[in-house]
Structure formats: structure tokens, C-alpha cells
Design a protein around this ligand. Structure first.
Ligand code: N01
Length: 591
């Protein structure tokens, strides 16, 4: 099936076909009761129960905008953030070489024309400190900090069926009550340090890329450094570490498809043109497949001759960034033979770049292109030509243990002073599971999603059994396969509009219907099953986490940003089709 055909799959038709209309918007009456809080549901400093309209978890891209939208609409809202500063993943990911692989002019909020005009990015692919500065600028510009509580982790949240409110507990012992509980935890924020025997005996320093020290400067100078993992974080950090370390040993389990980012400063003229055209750029981003206005050629890779194909791939390679390579043909992810053409193109580049043929061979992936997230790099493959860099294939010679002096594979012991875990995240659900979330009848989110979240959400925003709970970029939404700020803005706006609708219609409780959830999950799976992504062995399917090794299926909706937006809008236009809305008898609004 061609990608353009995905757009024809009508989710709402499916709902109609399954006769879900009768289940929709079943309005029951229920007397709104006074909130009864257990004694510990208090702020211990003031000894008062804090009652809010909404609690938002996390102060990254999602949490900041959610706060802004809800506050603008007059809802009392508080954001809780575990970090000491705003920024979410951009606060924690301070590893060397950390930068964004979406182009900066697209990787920003678009909701404020003033902000678009005021902020100027320095380079095409911005580094972590610049993105963090941007998010801090946003927090200040919109006066968001007064409603953000930093250094506070939400540990638990439970839905009180008598009050139809969430009771939310923090790690400082305080609790609040909120009508709406909104997750803005991000998809990739629960760091995964694999359970390798002996780590506690290691006498050197060790760090995870996603939890890089904040105050302390990590120096690689004169050190023997090991990096485990060659995903985006490994591929970005390896070339930078190699320049400083005395010796760098890379422990690679699976090679990656990576293309050069070709990062560069923006010219003043380009930035001026961009700012003048943001209205059109924004429209293209919102209607696109992946949230970036790249023109995906509506042509099969197999319709071109090998020479013509090579020319097309070369042009994309030279433009820089994997998004361009992905956009070369419309069937790279749905046709094995087409996929092999781009896979072989990248392998040919590795062959050309890496001097030692044995090392080049180790670096060549053999799985379908982009079924692990592709990467944009700066001098990644070139780094293996350096004399101080060694590549160890730990699929062939697995890691046995970490010792006091370094890391032992079945073949050799590698002495190390510093070890970097670039081993990724418990993605999509890991951060949600860090909180003990309970819905109706005490149902725990962890238990509900024990076998994978991929079969149990409605629109990737809500899940049955957890009323008044919303997830920004949750499992089964387009999220991480798109330019994130675009998907984040769409979710935040949809959730804010929904909450305003509930207030306007005197509705106390919103919950997805089982039938709608089933239909949505079925739709997500049927779209994924038409693609090569269904074969993915990566965090896309949670197969990187030992405890989740059971195949969970694909966790992301592949229908595309524009198409997904239409579905969500149609659901809202039809009075929140697929949801059960419970009206309160008396209009005792707390909002
Ligand atoms: O993590 P990953 P990441 N023993 O899961 C290996 C986003 N991101 O932090 O492939 C040995 O991709 C694992 O091997 P394998 C982006 O979406 C964006 O790099 O499972 N090795 C793999 O090589 C990205 O996709 C930016 O066989 C082990 C690596 O560790 C996502 O975050 C920058 C292992 C993990 O790769 C995650 O990227 C950075 C073990 N036990 C990240 N366990 C931007 O540019 C895992 N590995 C925006």
C-alpha cells in the first residue's frame, strides 16, 4: 500500500461501521458532591487542600504550552516538574554533541506570531543549550514560572469517583486535587541503564546520556572512554568525545542508518524570508505527513532507473538530514525492494567513508531502513577513521560484565576510565509508569498496559478507565515519528478546547468508550501493519527494554500529522464522538 493511501483509511467510518454512535455522549446525571479529601491531601506548609482545575506533569515543550493555553482560558493550572529548571528532555540531555535533528525553524512553537518573529535561531540544527535558552525565553515571555513548581516529582495520582477529581501526590509529601490530570512527560524521558552485572564495582565514572550531570563539567581529556549504544545519542556524542578522549571504545549492538546533518549557520536573508513566510510554513507543517514541509515525492523508488535513483538519493544526502532522505520516494517504508534501495545507498556511503573495510562492514545495518529511528550526524562514520577509536561488535562478542577496571566481553577486557551509557529510554510509557496512576475501580495504568499500550488508547490522548486524564503525545498518536512541536501543539490545543467544551456544557467527566478505544487501536495497528515499521525492533515497539521484551506491537500512529489532525477535529466537531460525557446536575463549576 502506498503512503498516500493511508490517508484514505477513514477511522470515523470505522467507528460508524462498528455502530458506535449509540455509545457516544451517553449523558448520565450525577449530583456534584463536595470534595472529601483524605487528611494527607494537603499542602503541609499552609495546611490547606489545594484545589486546581488542572495539574500538568512536566515543564518541557508540552507542559509549557499546556499551561499557557489553560491559563489563557481561565483554568487554575499548576505544572509540576522534577528538574530544577524548565525544558524537559532539553533540560536533562546535556551530553556532548546533543542537538536537535529537526531544523530549528520548524522545531519551535508556532502559536504566537510575536514569538516567531522575536526569536532567531543561530544554526540549522540547534544545540541543546540554544533550545534550552529558547524554552526559558518562552517561560519568561508568557510569565509561566509562577505556576510551575520545580524540583517536585509527582509520585501518584488517583481518580476519585465520588468527586470526579484527581488526587495527586508529590515527592515532597504534598498533595493537590485537580479536575483534570494531564501528562506532559514526553515520550523519551525515562532513561534506560541496562542491567549489566558488575556496574557497582566499576572504579571509573559513568553517565547516561539522558541524565547528564548538570552542574559538573565532564572531561574526557586523557581518558579511556567507552560508549555503549549507537542510537541518536551515541551517534551524536561519539564524534565529540573522540576529539577529546585519549582512547574511545564504542560498544555497538546494532549498527544504524545515519546521514550527514550538514549543519550550518543560517544567513540573515534566509531567516528574514522564513519569518515573512511563517503563515504558509505553519500551514504546510500542520497539513504534512511528519510535521515538516518537505515535499515527499509521490513516486515509487522502483519507477526510477538505478542511476536516476542514485541521483535522487545523492541530492537528499547532500541537502543534509534524514528527513530529506526519507522524503525521496513514497514507498520506502511500505515496499521491501524500495526500502532496500535506500538501505543499500547508505551502506555504500559507509563503504566510501570508512577506510578499514572490516570496520565499515561492522557499521553497515542490514535491517529495513528507518525501522529503527534514522539519525542525522556530524562526522559519525568519519570518526571510525581516527586512530584513537575502536569499534566492538557486542552482538558477536557480547558484554559479560563490567569490572572494576572496565568492561569485559566474551573476547576481551577493555580498560576504561569513563563509561557512557547511550542506551536510550523506556520510551512512550516509561515516564508514565514512574507515577502510580490509578483510574476507576482502582485500576492501575501499569496493569492496564501490562501487555503494551498499543492496543489501549483512544486517539493516543486518552484511555478507558481513566476519566479526565489526557496524555500529550501519548502512545498511538503520531508523536515521535513527527516533528514534535507540531504534534505537541495539536494535542495541547485539542485538549484545551475539549476542557473548555466540558466547562461550557456543564460536563463533569469525560471518558473514552471501550468501543472507540478498540476501534482506534485497531486502526493504528492496521496502518502499521501495511508498513515495514511493523517489523521494527526498537523502542518503537518497546523491544529495547528487557522487561517488555514481549512483542508489544507498534506504539505510534502512522497516518500522518495532517490526517490525524482531521480525525481529532472531527471527533471534537461531533461533540466528542467516542467519549462518554457525564453531566453534572447542578452547575457548581470550580473552573
Ligand atoms: O536511544 P536508542 P537514544 N547492551 O534507543 C543500545 C531521540 N533523540 O538515546 O539497537 C548494549 O535509539 C541499542 O542497541 P539496539 C530519538 O528519537 C533525539 O540514542 O537495541 N547496547 C542502541 O544502539 C532517538 O531515536 C535526538 O541493539 C544496548 C542504543 O543503545 C531516541 O531519542 C537526540 C543495550 C540505544 O539507542 C532515543 O535515542 C537524541 C544493552 N543492554 C535522542 N541497551 C535529537 O536529535 C540498549 N543498547 C532530537
Amino acid at each position: 500500500m502506498m503512503i498516500k493511501e493511508w490517508a484514505r483509511i477513514g477511522f470515523l467510518d470505522l467507528i460508524r461501521f462498528l455502530n458506535l454512535h449509540d455509545l457516544l455522549t451517553s449523558v448520565t446525571t450525577m449530583k456534584y458532591k463536595e470534595i472529601k479529601m483524605t487528611p494527607n491531601k494537603k499542602d503541609f506548609q499552609t495546611n490547606k487542600v489545594i484545589e486546581l482545575d488542572a495539574v500538568v506533569v512536566g515543564a518541557g515543550f508540552s507542559g509549557l504550552y499546556m499551561l499557557y493555553r489553560l491559563r489563557e482560558a481561565g483554568f487554575s493550572t499548576r505544572v509540576y516538574e522534577a528538574g530544577d529548571g524548565v525544558g524537559g528532555v532539553w533540560y536533562w540531555n546535556r551530553y556532548p554533541g546533543a542537538r536537535c535533528d529537526s531544523e530549528s525553524i520548524y522545531y519551535n512553537y508556532t502559536f504566537s506570531e510575536e514569538l516567531l518573529q522575536e526569536w532567531t535561531w543561530s544554526t540549522r540544527y540547534p544545540e541543546q543549550p540554544e533550545i534550552l535558552r529558547y524554552l526559558n525565553y518562552v517561560a519568561d515571555k508568557f510569565d509561566l514560572r509562577r505556576d510551575i513548581q520545580l524540583a517536585t516529582r509527582i509520585t501518584a495520582a488517583s481518580f476519585n469517583e465520588t468527586t470526579n477529581r484527581w488526587e495527586v501526590d508529590m515527592d515532597d509529601g504534598t498533595s493537590v486535587s485537580a479536575k483534570y490530570f494531564i501528562s506532559a512527560v514526553g515520550c523519551l524521558s525515562a532513561a534506560n541503564v541496562p542491567n549489566i552485572a558488575g556496574l557497582e564495582t566499576f572504579e571509573g565514572e559513568w553517565y547516561h546520556t539522558g541524565n547528564w550531570p548538570i552542574e559538573e563539567e565532564v572531561s574526557f581529556k586523557g581518558k579511556r572512554v567507552g560508549v555503549i549504544g549507537t542510537g541518536s545519542s551515541g551517534v551524536q556524542s561519539i564524534p565529540v568525545i573522540a576529539q577529546e578522549a585519549e582512547q574511545l571504545t564504542v560498544f555497538q549492538r546494532t549498527p544504524q542508518y545515519s546521514s550527514p546533518a550538514r549543519n550550518h549557520p543560517y544567513s540573515e536573508e534566509f531567516l528574514k524570508q522564513t519569518k515573512e513566510n511563517y503563515t504558509e510554513i505553519k500551514k504546510q507543517m500542520r497539513e504534512s505527513l511528519r510535521g515538516i514541509p518537505t515535499d515527499r515525492r509521490d513516486r515509487s523508488a522502483l519507477d526510477d532507473t538505478p542511476e536516476e535513483r542514485r541521483r535522487v538519493f545523492e541530492a537528499a544526502w547532500n541537502k543534509g538530514g534524514f528527513w530529506y532522505l526519507n522524503a525521496t520516494y513514497n514507498d520506502l517504508m511500505v515496499n521491501e525492494a524500495a526500502n532496500e534501495t535506500v538501505a543499500e545507498f547508505v551502506r555504500s556511503k559507509i563503504r566510501e567513508t570508512v577506510h578499514d573495510p572490516a570496520v565499515a562492514k561492522k557499521l553497515m545495518p542490514t535491517y529495513y531502513y528507518a525501522t529503527k529511528r534514522p539519525i542525522s550526524d556530524t562526522n559519525y562514520y568519519e570518526t571510525y577513521n581516527r586512530e584513537n577509536v575502536v569499534l566492538v561488535d557486542i552482538k558477536k562478542t557480547p558484554i559479560q560484565e563490567i569490572t572494576a577496571k572496565g568492561l569485559k566481553t566474551v573476547e576481551a577486557e577493555h580498560e576504561l576510565d569513563l563509561l557512557v551509557f547511550a542506551t536510550g529510554y523506556d520510551a512512550m510509557t516509561g515516564s508514565l509508569f514512574k507515577m502510580d496512576i490509578h483510574g476507576k475501580d482502582g485500576l492501575s495504568l501499569k496493569e492496564k498496559w501490562e501487555e503494551g499500550a498499543n492496543t489501549k488508547t483512544y486517539l493516543g490522548i486518552t484511555t478507558v478507565g481513566f476519566p479526565n486524564f489526557f496524555m500529550i503525545t501519548g502512545p498511538e498518536s503520531p508523536s515521535v515519528l513527527t516533528n514534535m512541536p507540531v504534534s505537541i501543539e495539536q494535542h495541547v490545543e485539542w485538549i484545551a478546547d475539549c476542557i473548555e467544551y466540558l466547562r461550557g456544557h456543564g460536563i463533569d467527566k469525560i471518558e473514552a468508550s471501550e468501543a472507540a478505544e478498540k476501534a482506534w487501536s485497531h486502526h493504528c495497528k492496521e496502518v502499521a501493519d501495511t508498513t515495514l515499521y511493523a517489523n521494527s525492533e526498537s523502542w518503537y515497539t518497546a523491544s529495547n527494554i528487557e522487561s517488555k521484551r514481549k512483542p508489544t506491537g507498534f506504539l505510534i500512529y502512522l497516518g500522518g500529522v495532517g490526517h490525524y489532525r482531521k480525525i481529532c477535529d472531527e471527533v471534537a466537531d461531533k461533540g466528542y464522538e467516542g467519549f462518554t460525557l457525564t453531566r453534572r446536575e447542578k452547575n457548581v463549576s470550580r473552573q
